[in-house]
Design a protein around this ligand. Structure first.
Ligand SMILES: C[S@@+](CC[C@H](N)C(=O)[O-])C[C@H]1O[C@@H](n2cnc3c(N)ncnc32)[C@H](O)[C@@H]1O
Length: 255
């Protein structure tokens, strides 16, 4: 099966779980997106890999006219239901991959992507597309799980991520994001990082991880080194802390 079909299938089957998931529905990054939208004064905004729409709802609350975009038709149906239920105006949905955006050049003032890019087949292609659809004075915010710069910790993280979700591609390091963004024509990003507690049982249940793979994750965690245990604050039930970053940038000005 192709990676994109696998991602769409994985997320389609658990679309509703993402609406209620506290990891996705909460977070200090959401009011920050609302505030950014307010400052930009009714921006045309794109929520790329919108899932159940939490980033888009946050931007709409700040006055943005939001296009919620995702691979999964089931996710977009959840967003549409919520738009109705909350009575949000000016928020629409569109289906497709991040790597090929069906929008004209310079359509958006603000593009945000939250907890999605680690599933994309080709982040470089997606960033070139974002650069194309963003106005010259536009803003891009990437919020995603990130890998530590340490190779040991990075390898451990990607191992448990792909066991949990076969459509996982990569949690990039902040240094990799900086290089990717600059290669796509953006300025060096400003970044903040924080950690999110991942409760093991709900983390695997949300993705309906098969038992064989759940046991493999438990085994990987049980044999993790002291350095990894300390960094990820691993607990005996398998719960751990995930590193997350907000990376904000603008198109680089031509000289
Ligand atoms: C964890 S959910 C996103 C959560 C959401 N952004 C939020 O703030 O709660 C990841 C989403 O990325 C979408 N996705 C995965 N690969 C994609 C791609 N190549 N292009 C667009 N969306 C993609 C999935 O369908 C899924 O809905």
């Amino acid at each position: 099966m192709k990676q994109r079909s696998l991602a769409a299938e994985q997320f389609g089957a658990s679309a509703h779980a993402y609406l209620s998931s506290s990891v996705h529905a909460q977070g200090t990054d959401l009011p920050r997106l609302t505030e950014l939208s307010r400052r930009l004064d009714r921006p045309a905004a794109l929520d790329l890999g919108c899932g159940a729409g939490h980033a888009g709802f946050a931007m709409a609350q700040g006055g943005a006219r939001v296009t919620a975009y995702d691979l999964s038709a089931e996710m977009l149906a959840v967003v549409e239901g919520e738009v109705q239920r909350r009575g949000i105006h000016g928020m629409q949905t569109r289906q497709g991959p991040a790597e090929h955006l069906p929008f004209a050049d310079t359509t958006f003032d603000l593009v945000a992507t939250r907890f999605s890019a680690h599933h994309w087949l080709d982040v470089s292609a997606a960033m070139l597309e974002v650069r194309r659809v963003l106005r010259a004075d536009g803003t891009l915010v990437v919020i995603d799980a990130i890998a530590p710069e340490s190779p040991l910790l990075d390898t451990l993280l990607q191992t448990v991520e792909i066991l949990r979700d076969a459509s996982h591609v990569r949690d990039y390091r902040v240094s990799e994001w900086a290089a990717l963004l600059q290669a796509a024509g953006f300025a060096a990003p400003e970044s903040d990082t924080w950690t999110l507690p991942m409760e093991f049982a709900t983390w695997v249940a949300r993705m309906r991880t098969p038992e064989l793979r759940v046991n493999a994750i438990r085994d990987v965690l049980a044999r993790a080194t002291e350095e990894a245990r300390r960094h990820f604050r691993m607990q005996t039930d398998g719960s751990f802390n995930l590193d997350v970053a907000w990376m904000q940038t603008q198109p680089r000005t031509q000289v």
